[in-house]
Design a protein around this ligand. Structure first.
Ligand code: SF4
Ligand code: SF4
Length: 171
């Protein structure tokens, strides 16, 4: 009969082998579960803020599940991350490990463009309940900047909603 220590070593080895052969799927899922409450809290605060201070540009339309946005995720890190290779690598590693995003291009201003490995061939998200905040908050509504969408996306940005001056005319 194996001792407790031996069982622990066997379980650890089995876990390591399973994880190595499965791209650390269990570890990633656990990390996502830990981060989930923070994502949901962030989302709740943003939605509340948008209710209190509605963004200028409304968004119309709906998603027809083409999956294009999951293949063109724009990472917009602060300038010091874009500028220094080490920070850029760490930023890409974080998104790769935690979100399964793969960096494949740079934007004109140094943005990092990712595609998601969790998008199924049927355009269905394979981690829907654990998807990151960036996916939950899409389409992102800026307060003063007009949102832009990928060609073919079902969402559109409408005309800005501006309040008229109190007198009804601009001086
Ligand atoms: S690109 Fe637009 S329509 Fe296509 S999946 Fe994304 S949100 Fe939906
Ligand atoms: S996690 Fe899901 S919703 Fe988010 S980019 Fe990947 S496939 Fe799309």
């Amino acid at each position: 009969m194996f001792s407790l220590h031996t069982w622990l070593i066997i379980i650890c080895l089995a876990y390591t082998v399973a994880e190595l052969s499965n791209h650390f799927r269990i570890t990633r899922t656990l990390l996502r579960l830990i981060l989930l409450p923070f994502s949901l809290w962030e989302l709740l605060v943003k939605r509340l803020m948008r209710k209190i201070f509605p963004p200028v540009f409304p968004i119309t339309g709906s998603c027809h599940m083409c999956g294009r946005c999951c293949q063109n995720i724009i990472g917009n890190p602060p300038m010091f991350i874009r500028k220094y290779r080490l920070f850029t690598s760490l930023y890409m590693l974080w998104h790769s490990v935690i979100h399964d995003f793969e960096a494949y291009a740079r934007g004109p201003e140094g943005e990092i463009i990712f595609r998601c490995r969790l998008l199924g061939a049927d355009h269905i998200c394979r981690a829907y309940w654990l998807r990151p905040a960036v996916c939950r908050d899409f389409p992102y509504q800026y307060w003063f900047e007009q949102p832009r969408f990928i060609e073919g996306c079902g969402f559109k940005s409408g005309e800005p909603k501006l309040n008229p001056p109190p007198s009804g005319k601009v001086e």
